[in-house]
Design a protein around this ligand. Structure first.
Ligand code: Z5A
Length: 226
């Protein structure tokens, strides 16, 4: 298939409660309103095999195995997700919007879990091959505000394995995401997630327009009100 017909790949990254799921859904709706085919997905998970691994990871069942085993499981889930969901969708010309991707492993298992950077890189290579997001939106929010949002949402629900980490962990997490964005400015854009949902969505829309409006496509995104 000619490369210009391939879809675009957008990932959302950031700490707890920064609004990734909320903003991924809004962006998908806006793109669909322009007739762009969109496949929304998430990690860990996003394919039948990866969803099984998601359950193992988020239930905490893999925690006793240690950080290396968890990193391997995230990579295994990602490989399945890329092969069965992301690549086929991109080949069909769909835009894929993914709630978390490889940066989450770099941050959680690498920067925070202290898994050696070379191991993280190798696992990433095995899992994603040459696939790279066209755009990564990093939602940035003071840690306390993010945790308060997540706590509110989860008031009645059990906290998962990763939400039980200490607040200092989440501060380091925020820094690690900012570091990635600084190192890869061509791919990553940091968005202030502390504003109202609509304002954050507009900021993301502006970035998508500026970075991904396909010159060859019939749609002129900026001319139509979302
Ligand atoms: N993990 C890993 O370690 N390694 C990896 O490679 C991968 C993942 C891929 C997945 O958890 C966990 O796996 C994650 C990292 C680890 N753990 N943690 N912690 P998950 O999929 O269950 O959840 P999550 O990815 O952490 O996302 P989240 O907690 O669901 O947060 P969110 O998606 O960023 O936020 P949200 O659900 O859109 O919004 C949270 C609440 O805030 C909700 O009530 C919204 O209505 C509200 N909200 C959203 N935006 C706003 C604004 N702008 N103002 C006010 N309120 C807002």
């Amino acid at each position: 298939m000619p490369s210009q017909l391939r879809g675009r790949f957008i990932t959302f990254e950031g700490g707890e409660g920064t609004g990734k799921s909320t903003q991924a859904a809004i962006l998908a709706d806006r793109l669909r309103a322009f007739g762009i085919g969109v496949r929304t997905t998430r990690e860990p998970g996003g394919s039948p095999g990866a969803e099984i691994i998601r359950h193992v990871l988020l239930s905490g069942a893999a925690k006793p195995l240690g950080v290396h085993a968890e990193a391997i499981l995230f990579a295994a889930a990602r490989e399945d997700h890329v092969r069965h969901t992301i690549e086929p969708a991109l080949k069909k010309g769909l835009w894929v919007i993914c709630d978390r991707f490889a940066d989450s492993t770099r941050v959680y298992q690498g920067a925070l879990g202290n898994v050696d950077g070379r191991v993280i890189k190798r696992l990433e290579r095995i899992a994603v091959g040459s696939l790279k997001p066209d755009l990564t939106i990093v939602l940035d929010l003071p840690v306390e505000a993010g945790l308060a949002r997540a706590a509110q949402r989860n008031a009645a629900a059990r906290r998962d394995r990763f939400e039980e980490e200490a607040i200092d962990f989440h501060r380091k997490l925020r820094e690690a995401y900012r570091d990635i964005a600084e190192q890869e400015p061509d791919r990553c854009v940091v968005i202030d997630a502390g504003k109202d949902i609509g304002i954050v969505a507009d900021a993301i829309w502006a970035v998508v327009n500026a970075r991904l409006r396909p010159a060859e496509a019939p749609l002129v995104i900026e001319d139509v009100a979302p």
